[in-house]
Design a protein around this ligand. Sequence first.
Ligand code: NZQ
Ligand code: ZN
Length: 385
Amino acid sequence: MSHLFDFSYHNPTQIHFGPSSFSRLAELIPRDARVLLLYGGGSILANGIHARVRDALGDVEVVEFGGVEPNPTLETLARAVDVVRARQIDFVLAVGGGSVADGAKFVACAALYDGDGWDIVSGRHKPVAALPVGVVLTLPATGSESNAGAVVTRAATREKRVVYVPPARPRFAILDPQVMSSLPDRQLQNGLVDAFMHVCEQYLTTPVGALVQDGYAEAVLRALKTLADDFANRHTPAWRQNMMWAANQALCGIIGVGVPQDWATHRIAVELTALYGLDHGRTLSIIQPWLLRETIEAKRAKLGQLGCAVFGLPAADAEATIAALEAFYRRLGMPVHLADAGIDDADAAERVMQALRAHGNAALGGHAELDDAKTWRIVHAACSR
Ligand code: NZQ
Ligand code: ZN
Protein backbone atom coordinates (compact mmCIF):
# COMPACT_ATOMS: atom_id res chain seq x y z
CA MET A 1 0.00 0.00 0.00
CA SER A 2 1.34 3.43 -0.77
CA HIS A 3 -1.60 5.67 -0.07
CA LEU A 4 -3.74 6.72 2.88
CA PHE A 5 -6.85 4.85 3.93
CA ASP A 6 -10.12 6.76 3.83
CA PHE A 7 -10.81 8.29 7.21
CA SER A 8 -13.15 10.57 9.04
CA TYR A 9 -11.86 12.51 12.00
CA HIS A 10 -13.79 14.27 14.72
CA ASN A 11 -12.51 14.87 18.21
CA PRO A 12 -15.13 16.84 20.09
CA THR A 13 -13.37 16.97 23.49
CA GLN A 14 -12.91 20.59 24.47
CA ILE A 15 -9.52 21.04 26.08
CA HIS A 16 -8.84 23.78 28.60
CA PHE A 17 -5.11 23.99 29.16
CA GLY A 18 -3.16 25.98 31.71
CA PRO A 19 -3.12 27.26 35.29
CA SER A 20 -6.50 28.97 35.04
CA SER A 21 -8.28 26.00 33.50
CA PHE A 22 -9.80 24.73 36.77
CA SER A 23 -11.94 27.84 36.98
CA ARG A 24 -13.73 26.78 33.79
CA LEU A 25 -15.36 23.87 35.61
CA ALA A 26 -18.22 26.03 36.84
CA GLU A 27 -19.35 26.88 33.32
CA LEU A 28 -18.68 23.41 31.88
CA ILE A 29 -21.03 21.55 34.19
CA PRO A 30 -24.70 22.52 34.16
CA ARG A 31 -25.74 24.24 37.41
CA ASP A 32 -28.58 21.79 37.94
CA ALA A 33 -26.48 18.65 37.30
CA ARG A 34 -26.00 15.92 39.89
CA VAL A 35 -22.32 15.11 39.52
CA LEU A 36 -20.44 11.94 40.38
CA LEU A 37 -16.89 12.97 41.29
CA LEU A 38 -14.92 9.82 40.54
CA TYR A 39 -11.38 9.54 41.87
CA GLY A 40 -8.62 7.08 42.67
CA GLY A 41 -6.75 6.05 45.80
CA GLY A 42 -6.64 9.46 47.42
CA SER A 43 -3.71 11.36 45.88
CA ILE A 44 -6.13 14.20 45.05
CA LEU A 45 -6.98 14.56 48.74
CA ALA A 46 -3.32 14.87 49.72
CA ASN A 47 -2.19 17.25 46.96
CA GLY A 48 -5.03 19.76 47.09
CA ILE A 49 -6.57 18.92 43.71
CA HIS A 50 -9.77 17.71 45.34
CA ALA A 51 -10.17 21.01 47.19
CA ARG A 52 -9.51 23.00 44.00
CA VAL A 53 -12.14 20.99 42.10
CA ARG A 54 -14.76 21.34 44.83
CA ASP A 55 -14.03 25.03 45.04
CA ALA A 56 -14.43 25.47 41.28
CA LEU A 57 -17.66 23.47 41.25
CA GLY A 58 -19.26 25.85 43.73
CA ASP A 59 -22.68 24.74 44.88
CA VAL A 60 -23.31 22.10 42.21
CA GLU A 61 -24.65 18.89 43.78
CA VAL A 62 -21.77 16.42 44.04
CA VAL A 63 -21.62 12.78 45.09
CA GLU A 64 -18.12 11.41 45.56
CA PHE A 65 -16.84 7.95 44.74
CA GLY A 66 -13.19 7.21 45.53
CA GLY A 67 -11.15 4.05 45.37
CA VAL A 68 -10.82 3.51 41.63
CA GLU A 69 -7.59 1.55 41.49
CA PRO A 70 -4.78 1.79 38.92
CA ASN A 71 -5.89 -0.57 36.13
CA PRO A 72 -9.50 -0.13 37.24
CA THR A 73 -11.56 -3.21 37.91
CA LEU A 74 -15.04 -4.06 36.78
CA GLU A 75 -15.80 -4.99 40.36
CA THR A 76 -15.04 -1.51 41.76
CA LEU A 77 -16.63 0.32 38.84
CA ALA A 78 -19.82 -1.72 39.25
CA ARG A 79 -20.18 -0.21 42.72
CA ALA A 80 -19.83 3.25 41.21
CA VAL A 81 -22.58 2.36 38.72
CA ASP A 82 -24.82 1.43 41.67
CA VAL A 83 -24.20 4.85 43.18
CA VAL A 84 -25.00 6.58 39.88
CA ARG A 85 -28.34 4.79 39.74
CA ALA A 86 -29.22 5.20 43.40
CA ARG A 87 -28.39 8.92 43.44
CA GLN A 88 -29.74 9.68 39.95
CA ILE A 89 -26.44 11.09 38.78
CA ASP A 90 -26.45 12.82 35.41
CA PHE A 91 -22.79 13.88 34.95
CA VAL A 92 -19.60 11.90 35.59
CA LEU A 93 -16.51 13.94 36.45
CA ALA A 94 -13.24 12.02 36.57
CA VAL A 95 -10.46 13.56 38.64
CA GLY A 96 -7.35 11.47 38.17
CA GLY A 97 -5.12 9.70 35.67
CA GLY A 98 -5.98 7.32 32.88
CA SER A 99 -7.44 4.76 35.25
CA VAL A 100 -10.01 7.16 36.64
CA ALA A 101 -10.79 8.64 33.21
CA ASP A 102 -11.27 5.16 31.75
CA GLY A 103 -13.37 4.17 34.75
CA ALA A 104 -15.59 7.22 34.25
CA LYS A 105 -16.24 6.29 30.61
CA PHE A 106 -17.20 2.78 31.60
CA VAL A 107 -19.47 3.98 34.41
CA ALA A 108 -21.12 6.49 32.08
CA CYS A 109 -22.01 3.70 29.65
CA ALA A 110 -22.84 0.98 32.16
CA ALA A 111 -25.25 3.25 34.02
CA LEU A 112 -27.48 3.23 30.94
CA TYR A 113 -27.20 -0.51 30.30
CA ASP A 114 -29.27 -3.07 32.15
CA GLY A 115 -27.13 -6.11 31.35
CA ASP A 116 -23.79 -7.32 32.75
CA GLY A 117 -21.13 -4.59 32.62
CA TRP A 118 -18.61 -7.02 31.14
CA ASP A 119 -20.75 -7.10 27.99
CA ILE A 120 -19.54 -3.55 27.35
CA VAL A 121 -15.87 -4.37 27.97
CA SER A 122 -15.98 -7.56 25.90
CA GLY A 123 -17.68 -5.79 23.00
CA ARG A 124 -20.84 -7.87 23.23
CA HIS A 125 -22.84 -4.73 23.90
CA LYS A 126 -21.89 -1.60 21.97
CA PRO A 127 -23.09 1.45 23.90
CA VAL A 128 -24.95 4.01 21.81
CA ALA A 129 -25.51 6.37 24.71
CA ALA A 130 -23.69 7.41 27.86
CA LEU A 131 -23.95 9.96 30.62
CA PRO A 132 -21.81 13.03 29.86
CA VAL A 133 -18.20 12.72 31.06
CA GLY A 134 -15.65 15.39 31.95
CA VAL A 135 -12.04 14.88 33.04
CA VAL A 136 -9.70 16.79 35.32
CA LEU A 137 -6.41 15.15 34.42
CA THR A 138 -3.80 14.60 37.13
CA LEU A 139 -1.31 12.39 35.26
CA PRO A 140 -0.30 12.89 31.62
CA ALA A 141 0.22 9.51 29.97
CA THR A 142 -2.67 7.76 28.31
CA GLY A 143 -4.46 10.44 26.31
CA SER A 144 -7.66 9.03 27.80
CA GLU A 145 -8.83 12.56 28.57
CA SER A 146 -9.72 13.16 24.93
CA ASN A 147 -10.08 9.76 23.34
CA ALA A 148 -12.81 7.12 23.30
CA GLY A 149 -10.78 4.27 24.79
CA ALA A 150 -11.35 2.65 28.15
CA VAL A 151 -9.32 -0.15 29.67
CA VAL A 152 -11.05 -2.27 32.29
CA THR A 153 -9.86 -5.34 34.19
CA ARG A 154 -12.07 -8.11 35.48
CA ALA A 155 -10.21 -9.04 38.63
CA ALA A 156 -12.05 -12.31 39.02
CA THR A 157 -10.60 -13.68 35.77
CA ARG A 158 -7.47 -11.48 35.45
CA GLU A 159 -8.66 -10.19 32.11
CA LYS A 160 -7.70 -6.68 31.04
CA ARG A 161 -9.35 -5.37 27.90
CA VAL A 162 -9.52 -2.21 25.83
CA VAL A 163 -12.91 -1.06 24.61
CA TYR A 164 -13.91 1.93 22.47
CA VAL A 165 -16.91 3.80 23.76
CA PRO A 166 -17.43 6.87 21.55
CA PRO A 167 -20.57 8.06 23.39
CA ALA A 168 -18.47 8.40 26.55
CA ARG A 169 -15.63 10.40 25.00
CA PRO A 170 -15.10 13.26 27.45
CA ARG A 171 -17.00 16.46 26.68
CA PHE A 172 -14.12 18.42 28.14
CA ALA A 173 -10.70 17.91 29.69
CA ILE A 174 -9.00 20.24 32.17
CA LEU A 175 -5.24 20.13 31.66
CA ASP A 176 -3.37 22.16 34.25
CA PRO A 177 0.29 21.12 34.22
CA GLN A 178 0.68 22.28 37.85
CA VAL A 179 -1.14 19.13 38.99
CA MET A 180 2.01 17.20 38.11
CA SER A 181 3.93 18.66 41.04
CA SER A 182 2.95 15.76 43.32
CA LEU A 183 3.63 13.00 40.79
CA PRO A 184 6.34 10.53 41.80
CA ASP A 185 9.18 10.12 39.27
CA ARG A 186 7.97 6.62 38.57
CA GLN A 187 4.67 7.93 37.20
CA LEU A 188 6.43 10.58 35.13
CA GLN A 189 8.63 7.88 33.59
CA ASN A 190 5.62 5.65 32.97
CA GLY A 191 3.70 8.48 31.38
CA LEU A 192 6.56 9.52 29.15
CA VAL A 193 7.11 6.01 27.87
CA ASP A 194 3.40 5.27 27.48
CA ALA A 195 2.93 8.38 25.34
CA PHE A 196 6.06 7.52 23.33
CA MET A 197 4.67 4.04 22.70
CA HIS A 198 1.30 5.42 21.62
CA VAL A 199 3.02 7.30 18.82
CA CYS A 200 5.13 4.25 17.94
CA GLU A 201 2.02 2.07 17.61
CA GLN A 202 0.62 4.52 15.06
CA TYR A 203 3.89 5.10 13.21
CA LEU A 204 6.17 2.04 13.28
CA THR A 205 4.56 0.08 10.46
CA THR A 206 5.27 0.61 6.78
CA PRO A 207 5.69 3.96 4.99
CA VAL A 208 2.65 5.15 3.05
CA GLY A 209 3.93 8.61 2.21
CA ALA A 210 1.86 10.27 4.94
CA LEU A 211 3.89 13.46 5.18
CA VAL A 212 1.69 15.17 7.75
CA GLN A 213 1.13 12.15 10.00
CA ASP A 214 4.81 11.12 9.89
CA GLY A 215 5.99 14.65 10.53
CA TYR A 216 3.58 15.08 13.40
CA ALA A 217 4.43 11.71 14.92
CA GLU A 218 8.14 12.54 14.75
CA ALA A 219 7.56 15.94 16.35
CA VAL A 220 5.78 14.33 19.32
CA LEU A 221 8.43 11.60 19.63
CA ARG A 222 11.23 14.18 19.52
CA ALA A 223 9.46 16.23 22.18
CA LEU A 224 9.18 13.19 24.44
CA LYS A 225 12.80 12.25 23.77
CA THR A 226 13.86 15.80 24.67
CA LEU A 227 11.82 15.64 27.89
CA ALA A 228 13.47 12.36 28.80
CA ASP A 229 16.95 13.78 28.12
CA ASP A 230 15.95 16.80 30.19
CA PHE A 231 14.41 14.77 33.03
CA ALA A 232 16.46 16.74 35.57
CA ASN A 233 14.21 19.73 34.79
CA ARG A 234 10.97 17.81 35.33
CA HIS A 235 9.83 20.21 38.05
CA THR A 236 9.87 23.27 35.79
CA PRO A 237 6.67 24.70 34.27
CA ALA A 238 8.07 24.31 30.74
CA TRP A 239 8.80 20.61 31.21
CA ARG A 240 5.35 19.95 32.65
CA GLN A 241 3.54 21.92 29.97
CA ASN A 242 5.31 20.08 27.18
CA MET A 243 4.78 16.72 28.83
CA MET A 244 1.08 17.25 29.32
CA TRP A 245 0.46 18.40 25.77
CA ALA A 246 2.71 15.75 24.20
CA ALA A 247 0.92 12.94 26.03
CA ASN A 248 -2.44 14.29 24.96
CA GLN A 249 -1.42 14.67 21.32
CA ALA A 250 0.11 11.20 21.26
CA LEU A 251 -3.30 9.57 21.62
CA CYS A 252 -6.00 12.04 20.72
CA GLY A 253 -6.37 10.28 17.37
CA ILE A 254 -4.80 12.82 15.01
CA ILE A 255 -1.49 11.02 14.43
CA GLY A 256 -3.03 7.76 13.32
CA VAL A 257 -5.59 8.94 10.78
CA GLY A 258 -5.38 7.19 7.43
CA VAL A 259 -2.19 5.26 8.20
CA PRO A 260 -1.60 1.62 9.11
CA GLN A 261 -1.30 1.05 12.85
CA ASP A 262 0.04 -1.84 14.87
CA TRP A 263 -0.97 -2.08 18.52
CA ALA A 264 0.76 -5.42 19.09
CA THR A 265 3.07 -4.11 21.84
CA HIS A 266 0.06 -2.94 23.84
CA ARG A 267 -1.97 -6.08 23.10
CA ILE A 268 0.84 -8.35 24.35
CA ALA A 269 2.01 -6.15 27.23
CA VAL A 270 -1.45 -5.98 28.76
CA GLU A 271 -1.04 -9.54 30.04
CA LEU A 272 1.95 -8.51 32.16
CA THR A 273 -0.29 -6.14 34.07
CA ALA A 274 -3.11 -8.65 34.31
CA LEU A 275 -0.77 -11.38 35.60
CA TYR A 276 1.79 -9.46 37.66
CA GLY A 277 0.18 -6.08 38.36
CA LEU A 278 2.99 -4.17 36.62
CA ASP A 279 2.44 -0.51 35.72
CA HIS A 280 1.18 -0.13 32.15
CA GLY A 281 4.17 1.94 30.96
CA ARG A 282 6.65 -0.60 32.30
CA THR A 283 5.02 -3.50 30.50
CA LEU A 284 5.48 -1.67 27.20
CA SER A 285 9.23 -1.12 27.57
CA ILE A 286 9.59 -4.80 28.45
CA ILE A 287 7.85 -6.02 25.30
CA GLN A 288 8.58 -3.47 22.58
CA PRO A 289 12.33 -3.93 21.93
CA TRP A 290 11.84 -7.70 21.55
CA LEU A 291 8.79 -7.26 19.37
CA LEU A 292 10.74 -4.93 17.10
CA ARG A 293 13.62 -7.41 16.80
CA GLU A 294 11.17 -10.13 15.79
CA THR A 295 9.34 -7.93 13.26
CA ILE A 296 12.35 -5.99 12.01
CA GLU A 297 11.93 -6.85 8.33
CA ALA A 298 8.31 -5.68 8.19
CA LYS A 299 9.22 -2.48 10.04
CA ARG A 300 12.69 -1.85 8.60
CA ALA A 301 11.90 1.28 6.60
CA LYS A 302 10.00 3.01 9.39
CA LEU A 303 12.57 2.00 12.01
CA GLY A 304 15.27 3.59 9.85
CA GLN A 305 13.19 6.75 9.49
CA LEU A 306 12.59 6.88 13.26
CA GLY A 307 16.28 6.49 14.04
CA CYS A 308 17.22 9.46 11.86
CA ALA A 309 14.30 11.70 12.76
CA VAL A 310 14.20 11.12 16.52
CA PHE A 311 17.55 9.72 17.63
CA GLY A 312 19.72 11.64 15.17
CA LEU A 313 21.31 8.53 13.69
CA PRO A 314 23.45 9.40 10.66
CA ALA A 315 21.79 6.85 8.38
CA ALA A 316 18.70 4.66 8.28
CA ASP A 317 19.64 1.62 10.34
CA ALA A 318 16.84 -0.46 11.88
CA GLU A 319 19.14 -2.45 14.19
CA ALA A 320 20.77 0.73 15.52
CA THR A 321 17.33 2.28 16.08
CA ILE A 322 16.19 -0.64 18.22
CA ALA A 323 19.40 -0.37 20.24
CA ALA A 324 18.79 3.37 20.66
CA LEU A 325 15.21 2.75 21.80
CA GLU A 326 16.31 0.19 24.34
CA ALA A 327 19.06 2.45 25.68
CA PHE A 328 16.51 5.28 25.88
CA TYR A 329 14.17 3.22 28.08
CA ARG A 330 17.04 2.06 30.26
CA ARG A 331 18.29 5.62 30.77
CA LEU A 332 14.84 6.53 31.98
CA GLY A 333 14.96 3.71 34.50
CA MET A 334 12.42 1.57 32.68
CA PRO A 335 12.66 -2.24 32.54
CA VAL A 336 13.46 -3.88 29.20
CA HIS A 337 12.99 -7.43 30.48
CA LEU A 338 10.50 -8.91 32.92
CA ALA A 339 13.33 -9.66 35.36
CA ASP A 340 14.27 -5.94 35.41
CA ALA A 341 10.82 -5.31 36.90
CA GLY A 342 11.62 -7.63 39.80
CA ILE A 343 9.45 -10.52 38.61
CA ASP A 344 11.10 -13.83 39.34
CA ASP A 345 8.91 -16.47 37.73
CA ALA A 346 10.46 -19.37 35.84
CA ASP A 347 7.11 -20.05 34.14
CA ALA A 348 6.42 -16.44 33.19
CA ALA A 349 6.71 -16.86 29.43
CA GLU A 350 4.39 -19.87 29.37
CA ARG A 351 1.92 -18.11 31.62
CA VAL A 352 1.88 -15.04 29.38
CA MET A 353 1.49 -17.17 26.23
CA GLN A 354 -1.37 -19.07 27.79
CA ALA A 355 -3.16 -15.82 28.62
CA LEU A 356 -2.53 -14.42 25.13
CA ARG A 357 -3.93 -17.57 23.54
CA ALA A 358 -6.95 -17.58 25.83
CA HIS A 359 -7.70 -13.96 24.93
CA GLY A 360 -7.17 -14.40 21.19
CA ASN A 361 -4.04 -12.24 21.14
CA ALA A 362 -1.34 -14.79 20.37
CA ALA A 363 -1.65 -14.43 16.58
CA LEU A 364 -2.53 -10.82 15.96
CA GLY A 365 -1.60 -10.81 12.29
CA GLY A 366 -1.30 -7.19 11.21
CA HIS A 367 1.31 -5.86 8.82
CA ALA A 368 4.07 -7.84 10.57
CA GLU A 369 1.94 -11.00 10.28
CA LEU A 370 2.31 -11.96 13.91
CA ASP A 371 1.51 -15.61 14.40
CA ASP A 372 1.73 -17.85 17.44
CA ALA A 373 5.38 -18.77 16.78
CA LYS A 374 6.54 -15.15 16.43
CA THR A 375 4.59 -14.15 19.53
CA TRP A 376 6.10 -17.05 21.43
CA ARG A 377 9.63 -15.88 20.52
CA ILE A 378 8.84 -12.28 21.59
CA VAL A 379 7.35 -13.38 24.89
CA HIS A 380 10.18 -15.79 25.63
CA ALA A 381 12.84 -13.20 24.87
CA ALA A 382 11.11 -10.62 27.09
CA CYS A 383 10.08 -12.88 29.96
CA SER A 384 12.31 -15.96 30.22
CA ARG A 385 15.04 -15.95 32.81
O1 NZQ B 1 -5.14 6.58 42.58
P1 NZQ B 1 -4.44 7.80 43.03
O2 NZQ B 1 -4.35 7.93 44.50
O3 NZQ B 1 -4.99 9.04 42.38
O4 NZQ B 1 -2.90 7.67 42.57
C1 NZQ B 1 -2.51 7.49 41.23
C2 NZQ B 1 -2.09 6.07 40.93
O5 NZQ B 1 -1.58 5.43 42.07
C3 NZQ B 1 -1.25 8.26 41.00
N1 NZQ B 1 -1.49 9.67 40.63
C4 NZQ B 1 -2.25 10.14 39.63
N2 NZQ B 1 -2.16 11.50 39.58
C5 NZQ B 1 -1.34 11.87 40.60
C6 NZQ B 1 -0.92 10.70 41.26
N3 NZQ B 1 -0.09 10.74 42.33
C7 NZQ B 1 0.33 11.95 42.75
N4 NZQ B 1 -0.02 13.11 42.13
C8 NZQ B 1 -0.83 13.12 41.05
N5 NZQ B 1 -1.13 14.27 40.42
O6 NZQ B 1 -0.63 7.60 39.90
C9 NZQ B 1 -0.94 6.22 39.96
C10 NZQ B 1 -1.27 5.70 38.57
O7 NZQ B 1 -2.46 6.30 38.09
P2 NZQ B 1 -3.17 5.70 36.79
O8 NZQ B 1 -4.37 6.54 36.50
O9 NZQ B 1 -3.37 4.25 36.95
O10 NZQ B 1 -2.04 5.92 35.67
P3 NZQ B 1 -2.16 6.16 34.11
O11 NZQ B 1 -2.63 7.53 33.81
O12 NZQ B 1 -0.86 5.73 33.58
O13 NZQ B 1 -3.32 5.16 33.63
C11 NZQ B 1 -3.08 3.80 33.41
C12 NZQ B 1 -4.33 3.11 32.94
O14 NZQ B 1 -4.75 3.63 31.66
C13 NZQ B 1 -4.86 2.56 30.71
C14 NZQ B 1 -3.84 1.58 31.24
O15 NZQ B 1 -4.03 0.28 30.70
C15 NZQ B 1 -4.10 1.62 32.72
O16 NZQ B 1 -5.23 0.86 33.06
N6 NZQ B 1 -4.68 3.06 29.34
C16 NZQ B 1 -5.67 3.79 28.81
C17 NZQ B 1 -5.63 4.23 27.51
C18 NZQ B 1 -6.72 5.01 26.90
N7 NZQ B 1 -7.83 5.20 27.56
O17 NZQ B 1 -6.61 5.47 25.79
C19 NZQ B 1 -4.50 3.93 26.62
C20 NZQ B 1 -3.29 3.42 27.33
O18 NZQ B 1 -2.55 2.66 26.40
C21 NZQ B 1 -3.55 2.62 28.54
O19 NZQ B 1 -3.78 1.26 28.20
ZN1 ZN C 1 -0.56 2.85 26.58
